[in-house]
Design a protein around this ligand. Structure first.
Ligand code: NUP
Length: 211
């Protein structure tokens, strides 16, 4: 069954906790990125961990191997279960994120292609394919690929095989959950859920689509 991952890009700790708690019965993981962590501090991970769902740190880590190591160690020490890293920094830097994640029994995902319109500027022309291959060669647990371009997801699936594909861009960015949920291991959904009048109801609706 395709996972439903809540992207919790709200700025307020109480609101984040309330939305996560109400959606918890319908989601498989929570993704936290810079907006929430920069607003509340890394301690938000401890708050959310109480819900018992896997926590994914969407920090798109993209530095030299040593700095990547320091960042990922802090991520897992804070209680996250997975980290998202960029691959364009090269195999050594990406592999460092994978190694740290696995040393904590966690997971690492490499961005193969992003979901926004401008992503085509640099990710197309063979780059995304190379990043997907790098993810496989680095032992990453999967890739991030765009729900906004299902054809690209199909192409990247050829490269990553059974490794997981998590896909953002559903709803607010135009991606159709009915189409993409069949192609990927998890859909990542932010605004469609947390900006809904009833976030839990929207999460429940999406959780039914993905089955
Ligand atoms: O390619 C990507 N596209 C994307 O939207 C890679 C991402 N990590 N994201 C993130 O997914 C984005 O930063 C946001 O946290 C979430 C999508 O949110 P929404 O468009 O559903 O609100």
């Amino acid at each position: 069954m395709t996972e439903l991952i809540l992207s919790l890009d709200v700025l307020d700790r109480q609101r984040a906790r309330a939305i996560a708690e109400s959606c918890a019965p319908f989601i498989d993981a929570i993704k936290v990125g810079y907006p929430l962590v920069l607003s509340t501090g890394l301690s938000i991970a401890g708050d959310l961990a109480e819900l018992g769902l896997p926590l994914i740190a969407d920090f798109k880590v993209a530095d030299i191997p040593n700095t990547n190591r320091l960042i990922c160690e802090a991520v897992f020490a804070a209680g996250f279960d997975a980290v998202i890293a960029h691959g364009f920094v090269g195999a050594d830097a990406a592999r460092t994120c994978v190694e740290v994640a696995h040393s904590h029994s966690g997971e690492a995902y490499i961005v193969a292609e992003m979901s926004h319109p401008g992503a085509t500027e640099f990710f197309h022309g063979g780059v995304a394919e190379r990043l997907a291959a790098l993810a496989v060669a680095s032992g990453a647990d999967g890739i991030i690929a765009p729900a906004t371009r299902p054809d690209r997801v199909r192409e990247l699936r050829e490269i990553v095989g059974k490794r997981k594909i998590y896909s953002p861009g559903v709803g607010a960015q135009g991606g159709d959950p009915d189409v993409v949920a069949r192609l990927v291991d998890g859909i990542i959904v932010g605004r469609s859920i947390y900006e809904a009048e009833d976030p839990a109801a929207e999460a429940e609706r999406l959780s039914r689509i993905r089955r």
